[in-house]
Design a protein around this ligand. Structure first.
Ligand code: NDP
Ligand code: HSE
Length: 451
């Protein structure tokens, strides 16, 4: 066996991910040393409660509550505590002491990324964060390295497993949101407080990270438009299925041309998270359960799809350990870390400037001239109609029953598919539709993505 130089590894956190990272570091120590070209000595594990039960069998003597002391003298610090503080302070301390840092903390990177990357640049250290977006799926390295010579045009990702699990079961079983959410919590996909998942905050953090890498631009979290899935109901799912679509919570990161007077290239970017319809034939439509997938469109490479487990302790540990090996190789090779490439510095535009297709569902009075009035409002708003489907609403049950307008029913449901329109034009048009006397109710407005 080769007598490698040992690198000291400090682990902060031994929860779902950290305990698996520690177990794999210990179990595969020899193999990892061969791959890294250095021994990876787990110097200690900082936690809140050293005596708490762990998901893996780990030596009690490794545990400490003193993260500060553990960081001193470490070559690689793995931060798997989550949250902003004290993770941020520990990470900055680690970088300032010259250690490389591995983290899966999307919340921290999406909110304090520039501060952390600057701190790494100051000392020539490196921050690795493959697990911070889409768990086990290799997507950070492909964007940062493999596609560094290309121009990414668009990313569409299912980057939150909990919401994909919920929407997938609503689609497959006709289940209601609240019932499936309860199951997701029972199965451990969703947190006890599922707000970050179902309201799209988790996906927005990942979108900010992916867009920053793809467009070489620091994307602040508050520039990401965010909507969650709590308003999606069974009726919307059924309507989507009938029209050949499925509803997914998508993170869309897009390069826009001719949109920004303020950038030299005239380019800008749009970053948004919302539930959207995608055709059942699109590769993202077949992402089931709690899986994640990221669909990347690049100028030269064309379409690329990355698919797999977006969460889970041991799955996420795989991505973390890949980063640890990379960090160790860098230590062995020497030299300064490669900073984040943010020099494109493209403006991030407001959602109003995004352009996509829409499906508008309206409840309207079923009488002559209604369709013409609605078509007029859409035309005045520069929104072009692609398809119209009408169903009569049964006055006793309230259900949309048929396309027969001779039944004497007082109202009908109209599902209007639009050609591509600007979000600003669309939302103003929907406001005018809502105010019009032929529209009883705007039932839903969903974007249609994926062409
Ligand atoms: P857990 O909540 O399961 O574990 C957190 C760990 O950090 C615990 O061991 C806890 O100690 C320790 N910790 C928390 N606060 C402190 C503190 N103030 N001082 C010392 N120790 C502390 O988190 P996960 O393992 O699920 O997640 C870790 C990171 O990985 C997060 O950033 C998360 O977003 C990210 N991530 C998680 C995924 C997943 O599937 N779980 C997937 C992708 C990324 P103690 O055990 O003693 O309470
Ligand atoms: N809560 C996240 C999800 C965990 O459901 O995808 C991984 O970031």
């Amino acid at each position: 066996m080769i007598d490698y130089r040992n690198l000291r590894v400090a682990l902060l956190g031994a929860g779902a991910v950290g305990s698996q990272v520690a177990a794999l570091l210990l179990k595969h120590a020899d193999e990892l040393a061969d791959r890294a070209g250095a021994g990876l000595e787990l110097a200690g594990i900082a936690v809140r409660d050293p005596d708490a039960p762990r998901d893996a069998d780990l030596p009690r003597e490794l545990f400490t509550t003193d993260a500060e002391s553990l960081i001193v003298g470490a070559d690689i610090v793995i931060e798997l505590m989550g949250g902003i503080e004290p993770a941020r302070t520990h990470l900055l301390a680690a970088l300032n002491s010259g250690a490389d840092v591995v983290t899966a903390n999307k919340a921290l990177l999406a909110t304090h990324g520039p501060e952390i990357f600057d701190a790494a640049d100051q000392v020539g250290a490196q921050v690795y964060y493959e697990a911070a977006a889409a768990g086990a799926i290799p997507i950070i390295r492909p964007l940062r390295d493999s596609l560094a010579g290309d121009r990414v045009q668009r990313i569409m990702g299912i980057v939150n497993g909990t919401t994909n699990y919920i929407l997938d079961r609503m689609d497959a079983e006709g289940a209601e949101f609240a019932d499936v959410l309860a199951d997701a919590q029972r199965l451990g996909y969703a947190e006890a407080d599922p707000t970050a998942d179902v309201e799209g905050y988790d996906a927005a953090q990942k979108a900010a990270i992916l867009a920053s890498l793809a467009f070489h631009t620091a994307v602040p979290l508050d520039a990401v438009h965010r909507e969650g899935i709590t308003q999606i109901d069974r009726a919307m799912m059924d309507a989507a299925r009938r029209a050949g679509y499925v509803i997914k919570l998508l993170a869309v990161c897009e390069r826009l041309t001719g949109e920004a007077e303020s950038s030299a290239s005239g380019e800008a970017i749009s970053v948004r998270v919302y539930p959207a319809l995608i055709a059942r034939t699109h590769p993202l439509a077949s992402v089931h359960g709690a899986n994640n997938a990221v669909f990347v469109q690049a100028e030269a490479a064309g379409n690329l799809m990355f698919y797999g487990a977006g969460a889970g302790g041991v799955q996420t540990a795989s991505a973390v350990l890949g980063d640890v090996v990379s960090a160790a190789r860098r230590h062995v090779a020497g030299g300064v870390g490669v900073g984040e490439s943010t020099r494109a510095n493209l403006p991030v535009v407001d959602i109003g400037r995004a352009v996509t297709r829409y499906q508008i569902t309206l409840e309207v009075s079923d009488r002559p001239g209604v369709l013409a009035s609605i078509a007029g409002i859409l035309s005045d708003g520069r929104v072009s109609i692609a398809t119209v489907e009408q169903a009569v609403i049964d006055p006793t049950t309230g259900a949309a029953t048929s396309t027969d307008t001779e039944t004497g029913a007082a109202s009908a449901r109209l599902v209007i598919g639009t050609h591509k329109a600007r979000e600003q034009d669309l939302s103003e048009t929907v406001e005018r539709l809502a105010a019009s006397d032929v529209v009883t109710r705007v039932v839903s407005v969903l974007r249609v993505e994926g062409d």
